[in-house]
Ligand binder design. Structure first.
Ligand code: SF4
Ligand code: SF4
Length: 413
């Protein structure tokens, strides 16, 4: 633990009301403050390691809201990650989480598992999908996996249709590569429309956040090194991420791990300085959009969910709203709790389905109240969770903002 962590905690309680888990459970042991103080007691040998301690430390979405509000600048992320590592060493991890980490640690394994899962999705009977759930999400509401990895469907370099304004790297993350190719194709269409040459390095891999957040720090080393090598390219204006959590890894977490994992600090700094979420990139280039003329100009009713990592790691609270308001043919309707956590939290929706469901249901109610047709969010786990919490008869559809925006662009001739 860093010297300025628990020792400095003034017990002010400001982190309590922003914590989604504490808010629904309303018990001190579910609060960020309690987790920090339990870590302190453990480090001072006043509390022994136990499965219960592991459970309390793990029942956290790693959303970062506590760290963002703490007046003393305590980095809860680092504290929790380090403690999770110790807890996994002491008590092991559940088989599904260990299996996920095993797959994510090597791209080839992930590719193979995705092929198998895709076959499974096709042969599992519908009655089975209706009856069983993954955490709080019915199997029938899980996304259909890509037929083939998104990155293998495109060349590594894509030239813009028209004059070239610059070059960007597109870091697709695992979700776009294996689950949501609609996000990938829309992002490429937008970047190309804006005049950028797009590099999609085939050697990029999992951003490593799932491994880091589950305490498998050493297992994450290889993926991080592969990403640093893939993203360290000269003459690149920006590294675009379509997932706020991948962005958190590239922008902040790799930096904090340089010493521990023996990373190339100057390369990590360079990457960190270039990482931009696609919402900010679109807003900065908004003058260069050329939209189609639509008969009914307010035909697309949209609402938006702001991912925690975009808010807490990038400090982007209004970027997407600002962008949506200036795009013609969009009727943006703000949900009252657009910036509160959805309860997805990586694997949290699977590990703690009841807590996740309670958090997700609140979001669902306010989103439905807006009367929107599309619910936008720029995080794939939020998308899985928000969509998974909807019912068959809810008309709301969850997509990445790039899909909505791309559909409005005038095709270039
Ligand atoms: S906000 Fe910071 S100082 Fe206040 S209780 Fe939480 S961790 Fe402690
Ligand atoms: S990271 Fe989020 S869920 Fe975890 S303790 Fe902090 S506010 Fe609560």
């Amino acid at each position: 633990m860093t010297k300025n962590a628990v020792q400095n905690c003034a017990k002010c309680g400001m982190c309590l009301n922003v914590c989604p888990v504490y808010t629904v459970l309303n018990e001190e042991q579910a609060s960020p403050r309690a987790r920090l103080h339990l870590i302190k007691a453990y480090e001072q040998n006043k509390l022994s390691s136990s499965p219960l301690l592991k459970e309390i430390i793990s029942k956290c979405l790693m959303c970062g809201s506590c760290a963002a509000i703490c007046p003393l600048g305590i980095n809860h992320y680092s504290e929790f990650m380090e403690m999770r590592k110790r807890m996994v060493e002491d008590h092991g991890e559940k088989l599904p989480i260990k299996s996920l980490v095993y797959l994510l640690a090597k791209e080839q394994r992930l590719k193979f598992a995705n092929t198998l899962a895709r076959v499974g999705q096709n042969i599992v009977p519908e009655q089975f999908k209706e009856k069983y759930k993954l955490g709080n999400i019915p199997l029938k509401r899980l996304p259909v996996l890509n037929k083939k990895p998104f990155r293998s469907a495109l060349p590594e370099t894509i030239f813009p249709n028209g004059e070239q304004k610059g070059t960007v790297i597109y870091f697709t993350g695992c979700a776009t590569n294996y689950i949501y190719e609609d996000t990938g194709f829309s992002a490429v269409n937008i970047l190309s429309h804006l005049g950028y040459r797009i590099l999609i390095p085939e050697t990029q891999t999992c951003c490593a956040i799932p491994m880091l957040f589950h305490g498998f720090v050493e297992k994450a080393r290889q993926s991080i090194k592969e990403n640093i090598a893939a993203l360290s390219q000269d003459s690149v204006d920006a590294i675009i991420v379509d997932c706020a959590t991948c962005g958190t890894a590239l922008k902040k977490e790799y930096n904090l791990l340089c010493d521990k994992l023996d990373l190339d600090k100057s390369a990590v700094d360079e990457i960190s300085s270039k990482v931009t979420d696609i919402g900010s990139f679109m807003l900065a280039n908004a003058d260069f959009f050329n939209f189609k003329k639509i008969q009914n100009p307010k035909s697309l009713n949209l609402t938006y969910h702001l991912p925690c990592h975009l808010k807490n790691s990038f400090g982007n609270t209004e970027t997407m709203e600002t962008l949506l308001k200036i795009i013609p043919n969009i009727n943006y309707i703000k949900a009252a709790d657009f910036d509160s956590c959805c309860g997805g939290g990586g694997t949290f929706f699977y590990e703690y389905p009841e807590v996740s469901k309670k958090i997700g249901n609140k979001k669902k109610e306010t989103a439905i109240k807006t009367g929107a047709d599309l619910w936008l969010t720029d995080c794939p786990v939020c998308r899985i969770n928000l969509s998974g919490n909807l019912d068959e008869n809810d008309s709301l559809k969850v997509v990445h903002p790039v899909s909505a925006i791309s559909s409005l662009l005038k095709p270039k001739t």
